[in-house]
Design a protein around this ligand. Sequence first.
Ligand SMILES: [Zn+2]
Length: 74
Amino acid sequence: MRTEEKIICNCCKRVIVEKNDIPKREYLHVEKKWGYFSEKDGEKQEFDICESCYDTWIRNFKLPITSQEITELL
Ligand SMILES: [Zn+2]
C-alpha cells in the first residue's frame, strides 16, 4: 500500500520503504485491472507485499514458481 511518504506491506503492515530513504528492501508491487470476464469488471486493484510475506505466499503454491539465476544485475 502506498501513502505519500511510505510503502507498507498490505499483508503484515510493516513499512517496506520510507520515501525519503534509499530503498534497502525489495518488495512486490501488483497492479491489476480486472476485465469483462472477471467478477470485478472495470476495477483496478493494487497492493504491495514485503519479501518475507512473498516467500510465505509462494510457499503455499501447489506448483513451485519458476526461478532462474540472473548473472547480469542491472
Ligand atoms: Zn509483509
